[in-house]
Write a protein that binds this ligand. Structure first.
Ligand code: ATP
Ligand code: MG
Length: 383
């Protein structure tokens, strides 16, 4: 047994993770980490691996909870088998250049093979030190230079590798710096590929549709859309998960869950976990999934609203939840603010909402596609 695991996994931690993943099956609430755990994404997984091997930069786009992080993590296992090293960087909560640096250090510390290769170069970098836990970042006076040196060390010493910036919208405040840094890496280290992803779209837009003055002009990443499951796939997913847990459900229950959860794997997983792990009755499991989904959505929305004009944005979102045209949105903002907003304010708010993928616009009609967000906006739980 030991020999077998030693063969397959680099560390004991990896093998334990694998066993835990298996025992919790499809309804494990963490992002999946192994291709085997990922349901119904074989084509996407192969495509992602193919693009990275072809050294294309990629932006993974898709609604919240659709499985972006799981897809990247599962792809890493496949990539590593082909000799591409993967550094996963979780940017959630990372503010500014120091946040970015610390997140990169954390990602590197999980990728021991890269860490060993860049050790000497990184040791000579200002603001970086090595300890028993790996790299740590001290308050560097010039964090972007430190960042550049670290990435340079990876580019020179680590061979083919992919750096994954998850929740990249967190860096929108330093997007100018980031775009220059990325453009430099693109030009200097062709062996380093970036995958960018996040629930919101703010920074991605400048990457995906760079103006001719942008450092990323002509270097845009390939867009990779991750779609929700179809009705059939959602139903298969639930049936498979329920079977794995030896639970019993009826066709009608599966159908209702599929209907209410809109094919988003994260919400289907949460429902399945409520039924099969927490053993809640079906109706209660749906109710709890929706209220938990609304809670998570509320936290994310609050995060988005920080530093923005809450009244204007919420007025626009709430009316868009029932679908509205520009004029109706302007009127709704006026009612809530008790004063007439100027057109530029309305336009700006709508552009930001679209960029953050919170609203969609088709032929002048604004809507909210995300089912949880729509439900939340139609209640008085957010004001
Ligand atoms: N294809 C899949 N097979 C099995 N489980 C999945 C799949 N896709 C997503 N999940 C599950 O759904 C949940 C959300 O997945 P994940 O965190 O990867 O999504 P995300 O798009 O990164 O979400 P967020 O928008 O919050 O960052 C997790 O519990 C994960 O295990
Ligand atoms: Mg994610």
């Amino acid at each position: 047994m030991h020999v077998l695991f030693a063969d397959r996994f680099k560390t004991r931690g990896d093998s334990l993770k694998y066993l835990r993943g298996l025992s919790l099956s499809l309804f494990n609430l963490n992002p999946k980490e192994f291709p085997k755990e990922l349901f119904g994404r074989e084509k996407e997984l192969d495509e992602l691996v193919r693009l990275v091997k072809a050294r294309r930069w990629i932006a993974i786009l898709g609604p919240r909870m659709v499985g972006k992080t799981s897809l990247i993590k599962a792809a890493n296992v496949k990539l590593e088998k082909t000799g591409v090293k993967a550094i996963y960087v979780n940017l959630w909560g990372a503010k500014g250049t120091h946040g970015l640096l610390n997140a990169l250090a954390q990602g590197l510390n999980k990728e021991n093979s890269v860490l060993q290769k860049i050790k000497d170069m990184a040791n000579r970098t200002e603001g970086v030190s090595f300890g028993p836990g790996g790299i740590s970042i001290s308050l560097s006076k010039r964090p972007m230079t430190t960042m550049w040196d670290l990435l340079g060390a990876i580019g020179k010493q680590a061979g083919d590798c992919v750096i994954e910036l998850d929740e990249v919208q967190e860096l929108s405040a330093i997007s100018g710096h980031l775009l220059r840094l990325l453009a430099n890496i693109f030009n200097t280290h062709p062996n380093v590929v970036f995958i960018l992803t996040g629930s919101m779209f703010g920074l991605m837009k400048t990457l995906l549709e760079p103006r001719s003055t942008s450092p990323m002009y002509g270097r845009s990443p390939a867009k990779f859309y991750l779609e929700p499951f179809t009705k059939e796939k959602s139903s298969e997913f639930l049936k498979k998960g329920v079977q794995e847990c030896h639970e019993a459900t009826t066709e009608e229950q599966i159908e209702e869950a599929v209907e209410k959860l809109d094919g988003i794997p994260g919400w289907l997983t949460l429902y399945g976990n409520n039924v099969a792990v927490r053993k809640l009755p079906h109706k209660k499991a749906i109710q709890e999934t929706i209220s938990e989904g609304m809670k998570i959505t509320k936290d994310e929305l609050e995060h988005f609203l920080q530093g923005r004009d809450r009244t204007t944005y919420l007025a626009a979102l709430k009316i868009a939840a029932t679908s509205a045209r520009w004029k109706e949105i302007k009127a709704a903002i006026e009612t809530r603010r008790n004063s007439v907003p100027n057109d530029a304010t309305v336009q700006n708010a709508l552009e930001n909402l679209k960029a953050a993928m919170l609203t969609n616009e088709e032929e002048g009609v604004y809507t909210v596609k995300d089912p949880m967000l729509r439900k939340l906006l139609l209640t008085s739980q957010i004001t």
